[in-house]
Design a protein around this ligand. Structure first.
Ligand code: SF4
Length: 277
């Protein structure tokens, strides 16, 4: 069986940058997981003594706090500043962009539509930048737009990891009801590149292995794209989740990995699959 890696996979610019920032601040703590990959978080803990707190009141005085790639709500950032922690901001610049757009457009009197998952940390952060949170709306489907009390001018942004075609459906639906729409395509390139190359590989593969955190929206999306083109698509966090039986009678095994997946995990997976041959 041939094993082929997608031409673009794994760590994106924002995650590489956040890890380098954390490695440069040994002994710091991250507020919320730095990235969606628990194996990499363990590596940072063991090699660089990087701690993790989930609640603001778990922080100790003088802690150096690293802000995760997908940002935190504005009010929490303000609390951190008041508590006089040393703050190291590892928020990805592609996430800071929609935060700034939401802040600016809502101050200019636009209703803000955010295409994304309400429960995703990035979206909780982005919506918190609206001047008036009652005038900022998070939606996943075009039919949710109908019941919203939108003003005549609307600005729309997307969660960075969403599919462009789904974002386009939201925009098209708004065009049917509103004359003034400001569209900001805040989907990041890393997502496009990994998705496009996973999709073309899935078309030729008999089996696709997508490696990444099960809570990573980016990885789940990669997996759903692969499933569209290859019925035997599996999402795993690491090599321990592989099952030898998946590979019987398969000729080409494609591999892709989410934007928070370190290369050492990808290599471990390849090594284990090679042992099945
Ligand atoms: S997926 Fe995109 S937005 Fe998210 S951390 Fe990576 S580069 Fe930044």
């Amino acid at each position: 069986m041939e094993i082929k890696l997608a031409s673009s996979y794994g760590f994106c610019f924002g995650v590489k940058r956040a890890i380098e920032i954390a490695e440069a601040h040994k002994g710091a703590v991250t507020y919320g997981p730095l990235i969606h990959n628990k194996d990499e978080i363990n590596r940072l803990k063991n090699g660089y003594n990087i701690g993790l707190v989930e609640k603001l009141d778990e922080l100790k005085k003088k802690d150096t706090v690293v802000i995760r790639t997908h940002g935190i709500p504005k009010n929490e950032l303000e609390v951190l500043k008041q508590q006089e922690h040393k703050i190291i901001d590892a928020t990805c610049p592609y996430v800071t962009t929609p935060q700034n757009i939401v802040e600016k457009m809502s101050s200019e009197g636009y209703s803000v539509v955010i295409f994304g998952d309400k429960s995703h940390p990035e979206i909780k952060g982005v919506v918190s930048y609206a001047k008036d949170e009652k005038n900022a709306f998070i939606v996943l489907e075009p039919n949710e737009l109908k019941k919203l009390p939108l003003k005549s001018k609307v600005a729309v942004v997307s969660q960075t990891t969403k599919k462009p075609e789904d974002f386009a459906k939201i925009v098209t639906s708004l065009m049917g009801t509103h004359k003034e729409i400001r569209v900001f395509n805040t989907i990041c390139n890393a997502t496009f590149e990994n998705q496009d190359s996973a999709s073309s590989l899935a078309k030729e593969a008999d089996i696709m292995i997508v490696i990444g955190g099960k809570h990573s929206s980016n990885t789940k999306q990669l997996h759903s794209i692969c499933e569209r083109d290859c019925v035997n698509s599996y999402l795993i966090e690491n090599e321990q989740e592989l099952d030898k039986n998946w590979f019987f009678h398969k000729k080409l095994c494609g591999i892709s990995a989410g934007a928070s997946t370190p290369d050492w995990i990808v290599q471990n997976v390849i090594k284990k699959i090679e042992e099945y041959q």
